[in-house]
Design a protein around this ligand. Structure first.
Ligand code: S3P
Length: 186
């Protein structure tokens, strides 16, 4: 990527906390010459406070409603790379909108990698529990079957993000070619 094929829809990254959605998304956007948007940051901007504050003051449901509104708006903004929060794709309406208006990429990671990565930050309300690894395992069981509905699945690897980025680019390229073979680059 990019061998001349342009995208007309947003490319949306989904997956659990710690999967590398923002890290890979930022690099993918740069590679594709598209703007990068992090849905969590957009929600914070719209709310005028941080995600932990939204959860604390208004509760998770209010966060989910805001998340849906922000993502539906961003899906109308033309081509961009969008990193979503881990719960976004679990919302039926958000998922349907992503299916209709975007190319979706599930960044799949195993429990060891997720547990290691989420240790770097302590601003995720769902992981403020005695055993974050057990919570991640619980979310994994619940969410992986739903993330699997994404157009593309790529395994997120430990180590330099470039390796995962290359695989995302290759998978996206194959997906775009299959979706619009007649518009393939020469
Ligand atoms: C959440 C994931 C977070 C953030 C919020 C809830 C989730 O985003 O949206 O804390 O439900 O998995 P990241 O996946 O970017 O950490």
């Amino acid at each position: 990527m990019n061998n001349g094929r342009s995208v007309e829809r947003p490319v949306v990254l989904v997956g659990l906390m710690g999967a590398g959605k923002s890290c890979i998304g930022r690099r993918l956007a740069q590679r594709m010459g598209l703007p990068f948007v992090d849905a969590d940051r957009e929600i914070e901007q719209a709310a005028g406070c941080s995600i932990p504050e939204i959860f604390e003051r208004h509760g998770e449901q209010a966060f989910r409603d805001g998340e849906r509104r922000v993502i539906l708006r961003l899906l109308e903004s033309g081509p961009l790379v969008l990193a979503t929060g881990g719960g976004a794709f679990m919302d039926e309406r958000t998922r349907a909108a992503i299916r209709d208006k975007a190319h979706s990429v599930w960044l799949r990671a195993d429990l060891d990698l997720l547990a290691k990565r989420v240790q770097r930050r302590n601003d995720r309300p769902l992981l403020q529990v005695a055993d974050p690894r057990a919570k991640l395992a619980e979310l994994m069981a619940l969410r992986h079957p739903v993330y699997a509905e994404a157009d593309i699945t790529v395994d997120s690897q430990d180590g330099p993000p470039e390796a995962t980025l290359e695989r995302v680019c290759a998978a996206l390229e194959r997906h775009l070619a299959a979706a619009a073979p007649e518009r393939a680059a020469p």
